[in-house]
Design a binder for this molecule. Sequence first.
Ligand SMILES: [Zn+2]
Length: 205
Amino acid sequence: MVFPPIPNREYHEHFMRQAIQMAELALASDETPVGCVFVHSGEVIGRGINGTNASLNGTRHAEFVALAEIMSRHPQSILTTTDLYVTVEPCIMCASALRQYGIRAVYFGCLNDRFGGCGGVMKIHSDPGVDPAYPVYGGLFREEAIMLLRRFYVQENEKAPEPKPKKNRELKTEILPVTVTQPTAAAAKSNMAAARAGELKHQMA
Ligand SMILES: [Zn+2]
Protein backbone atom coordinates (compact mmCIF):
# COMPACT_ATOMS: atom_id res chain seq x y z
CA MET A 1 0.00 0.00 0.00
CA VAL A 2 1.32 3.41 -0.93
CA PHE A 3 0.15 6.07 1.47
CA PRO A 4 -1.18 9.11 -0.39
CA PRO A 5 -0.16 12.60 0.75
CA ILE A 6 -2.17 13.86 3.72
CA PRO A 7 -3.58 17.37 3.31
CA ASN A 8 -2.76 19.69 6.21
CA ARG A 9 -0.27 17.10 7.49
CA GLU A 10 1.15 19.24 10.29
CA TYR A 11 -2.24 19.57 11.94
CA HIS A 12 -2.66 15.79 11.95
CA GLU A 13 0.90 15.19 13.14
CA HIS A 14 0.10 17.20 16.23
CA PHE A 15 -2.55 14.67 17.26
CA MET A 16 -0.61 11.62 16.10
CA ARG A 17 2.19 12.75 18.38
CA GLN A 18 -0.27 12.46 21.26
CA ALA A 19 -1.24 8.98 20.10
CA ILE A 20 2.46 8.02 20.06
CA GLN A 21 2.74 9.29 23.64
CA MET A 22 -0.14 6.98 24.58
CA ALA A 23 1.65 4.06 22.91
CA GLU A 24 4.77 4.88 24.94
CA LEU A 25 2.63 4.71 28.04
CA ALA A 26 1.42 1.28 26.93
CA LEU A 27 5.00 0.10 26.45
CA ALA A 28 5.88 1.27 29.96
CA SER A 29 2.87 -0.73 31.25
CA ASP A 30 3.88 -3.99 29.49
CA GLU A 31 1.06 -3.68 27.00
CA THR A 32 1.42 -3.97 23.23
CA PRO A 33 2.32 -0.37 22.41
CA VAL A 34 -0.67 0.89 20.51
CA GLY A 35 -2.14 4.25 21.49
CA CYS A 36 -4.86 6.50 20.17
CA VAL A 37 -6.68 9.78 20.61
CA PHE A 38 -10.09 10.79 19.29
CA VAL A 39 -10.37 14.43 18.23
CA HIS A 40 -13.53 16.50 17.94
CA SER A 41 -13.43 20.17 16.83
CA GLY A 42 -9.69 20.30 17.46
CA GLU A 43 -9.97 18.87 20.97
CA VAL A 44 -9.03 15.44 22.28
CA ILE A 45 -12.20 13.86 23.68
CA GLY A 46 -10.84 10.38 24.37
CA ARG A 47 -7.52 8.60 24.81
CA GLY A 48 -6.72 4.93 24.85
CA ILE A 49 -3.90 2.47 25.17
CA ASN A 50 -4.03 -1.21 24.46
CA GLY A 51 -5.08 -2.95 27.67
CA THR A 52 -5.33 -6.60 26.74
CA ASN A 53 -2.57 -7.90 29.01
CA ALA A 54 -3.62 -6.33 32.32
CA SER A 55 -7.32 -7.10 31.72
CA LEU A 56 -6.79 -10.52 30.07
CA ASN A 57 -9.50 -9.30 27.71
CA GLY A 58 -8.63 -9.51 24.03
CA THR A 59 -11.14 -6.81 23.08
CA ARG A 60 -9.49 -4.09 25.17
CA HIS A 61 -7.82 -2.50 22.17
CA ALA A 62 -6.81 1.16 22.44
CA GLU A 63 -9.75 2.22 20.30
CA PHE A 64 -12.32 0.37 22.43
CA VAL A 65 -10.81 1.74 25.65
CA ALA A 66 -11.10 5.31 24.31
CA LEU A 67 -14.60 4.73 22.89
CA ALA A 68 -15.84 3.60 26.29
CA GLU A 69 -14.48 6.81 27.82
CA ILE A 70 -16.08 8.97 25.12
CA MET A 71 -19.47 7.32 25.35
CA SER A 72 -19.58 7.69 29.11
CA ARG A 73 -19.62 11.46 28.54
CA HIS A 74 -21.03 12.11 25.07
CA PRO A 75 -23.81 10.80 22.85
CA GLN A 76 -22.63 8.21 20.36
CA SER A 77 -23.49 10.61 17.52
CA ILE A 78 -20.47 12.77 18.39
CA LEU A 79 -18.35 10.18 16.58
CA THR A 80 -19.76 11.23 13.20
CA THR A 81 -17.84 14.50 13.55
CA THR A 82 -14.79 12.95 15.27
CA ASP A 83 -11.47 11.75 13.86
CA LEU A 84 -9.33 8.94 15.22
CA TYR A 85 -5.52 9.03 15.42
CA VAL A 86 -4.05 5.63 16.19
CA THR A 87 -0.43 4.47 15.99
CA VAL A 88 -1.26 1.15 14.28
CA GLU A 89 -3.92 0.60 11.62
CA PRO A 90 -7.16 -0.48 13.34
CA CYS A 91 -7.72 -4.24 13.36
CA ILE A 92 -10.69 -5.86 11.68
CA MET A 93 -12.74 -5.75 14.90
CA CYS A 94 -12.06 -2.08 15.60
CA ALA A 95 -12.40 -1.05 11.95
CA SER A 96 -15.88 -2.56 11.93
CA ALA A 97 -16.92 -0.92 15.20
CA LEU A 98 -15.65 2.45 13.96
CA ARG A 99 -17.74 2.10 10.83
CA GLN A 100 -20.84 1.20 12.78
CA TYR A 101 -20.31 4.24 15.00
CA GLY A 102 -19.88 6.44 11.92
CA ILE A 103 -16.36 7.74 12.64
CA ARG A 104 -15.51 10.66 10.34
CA ALA A 105 -11.92 9.71 9.44
CA VAL A 106 -9.05 7.52 10.66
CA TYR A 107 -5.37 8.50 10.66
CA PHE A 108 -2.87 5.78 11.49
CA GLY A 109 0.88 5.29 11.82
CA CYS A 110 1.92 1.87 10.52
CA LEU A 111 0.04 -0.84 8.71
CA ASN A 112 -1.29 -3.83 10.60
CA ASP A 113 -0.37 -6.33 7.90
CA ARG A 114 -1.77 -9.34 9.72
CA PHE A 115 -5.03 -8.08 11.22
CA GLY A 116 -5.59 -4.71 9.56
CA GLY A 117 -9.16 -3.74 8.78
CA CYS A 118 -8.40 -0.47 6.96
CA GLY A 119 -6.53 -1.78 3.93
CA GLY A 120 -3.67 -3.79 5.48
CA VAL A 121 -5.57 -7.07 5.15
CA MET A 122 -9.23 -6.22 4.67
CA LYS A 123 -11.01 -3.01 3.71
CA ILE A 124 -13.70 -2.92 6.37
CA HIS A 125 -13.68 0.91 6.21
CA SER A 126 -14.72 1.03 2.55
CA ASP A 127 -16.18 -2.32 1.47
CA PRO A 128 -19.79 -2.19 0.30
CA GLY A 129 -22.00 -2.17 3.38
CA VAL A 130 -24.93 -0.63 5.18
CA ASP A 131 -22.92 1.88 7.22
CA PRO A 132 -21.21 4.78 5.44
CA ALA A 133 -17.56 4.23 4.51
CA TYR A 134 -14.87 6.37 6.15
CA PRO A 135 -11.59 7.67 4.74
CA VAL A 136 -8.27 6.41 6.13
CA TYR A 137 -4.86 8.08 5.99
CA GLY A 138 -1.79 6.03 6.87
CA GLY A 139 1.88 6.65 7.44
CA LEU A 140 1.86 9.41 10.08
CA PHE A 141 4.92 8.70 12.30
CA ARG A 142 5.03 5.22 10.80
CA GLU A 143 8.64 4.55 11.83
CA GLU A 144 8.01 5.58 15.42
CA ALA A 145 4.97 3.30 15.58
CA ILE A 146 6.94 0.32 14.25
CA MET A 147 9.90 0.94 16.57
CA LEU A 148 7.60 0.98 19.61
CA LEU A 149 6.24 -2.46 18.63
CA ARG A 150 9.74 -3.83 18.09
CA ARG A 151 10.92 -2.52 21.44
CA PHE A 152 7.97 -4.27 23.07
CA TYR A 153 8.70 -7.65 21.51
CA VAL A 154 12.40 -7.45 22.34
CA GLN A 155 11.38 -6.65 25.93
CA GLU A 156 8.90 -9.58 25.97
CA ASN A 157 11.45 -12.04 24.61
CA GLU A 158 13.92 -11.04 27.29
CA LYS A 159 11.34 -11.87 29.95
CA ALA A 160 10.45 -15.26 28.46
CA PRO A 161 11.40 -18.22 30.69
CA GLU A 162 13.35 -19.80 27.83
CA PRO A 163 14.84 -16.92 25.94
CA LYS A 164 14.86 -17.32 22.19
CA PRO A 165 18.17 -17.32 20.31
CA LYS A 166 19.95 -14.02 20.63
CA LYS A 167 19.36 -12.93 17.05
CA ASN A 168 15.64 -12.62 17.81
CA ARG A 169 16.26 -10.29 20.70
CA GLU A 170 18.25 -7.72 18.85
CA LEU A 171 16.44 -4.49 18.17
CA LYS A 172 16.09 -4.09 14.43
CA THR A 173 16.33 -0.49 13.39
CA GLU A 174 15.93 -0.79 9.65
CA ILE A 175 12.46 0.22 8.48
CA LEU A 176 11.59 -1.33 5.14
CA PRO A 177 9.65 0.76 2.65
CA VAL A 178 5.92 0.23 2.39
CA THR A 179 5.13 -2.57 -0.06
CA VAL A 180 1.97 -3.48 -1.88
CA THR A 181 0.41 -6.64 -0.52
CA GLN A 182 -2.73 -8.16 -1.95
CA PRO A 183 -3.71 -11.03 0.36
CA THR A 184 -5.30 -14.09 -1.13
CA ALA A 185 -8.73 -15.12 0.11
CA ALA A 186 -7.18 -18.02 2.04
CA ALA A 187 -4.61 -15.74 3.66
CA ALA A 188 -7.30 -13.24 4.61
CA LYS A 189 -9.30 -16.05 6.21
CA SER A 190 -6.39 -17.33 8.26
CA ASN A 191 -5.51 -13.75 9.18
CA MET A 192 -9.01 -13.25 10.52
CA ALA A 193 -8.63 -16.32 12.68
CA ALA A 194 -5.31 -15.00 13.92
CA ALA A 195 -6.88 -11.60 14.56
CA ARG A 196 -9.32 -13.21 16.91
CA ALA A 197 -6.37 -14.44 18.91
CA GLY A 198 -5.50 -10.79 19.43
CA GLU A 199 -1.82 -11.00 18.54
CA LEU A 200 0.29 -8.41 16.76
CA LYS A 201 3.65 -10.10 16.66
CA HIS A 202 4.14 -9.65 12.94
CA GLN A 203 5.51 -6.19 13.51
CA MET A 204 8.79 -7.78 14.62
CA ALA A 205 9.50 -8.92 11.08
ZN1 LIG B 1 -8.47 -3.42 17.34
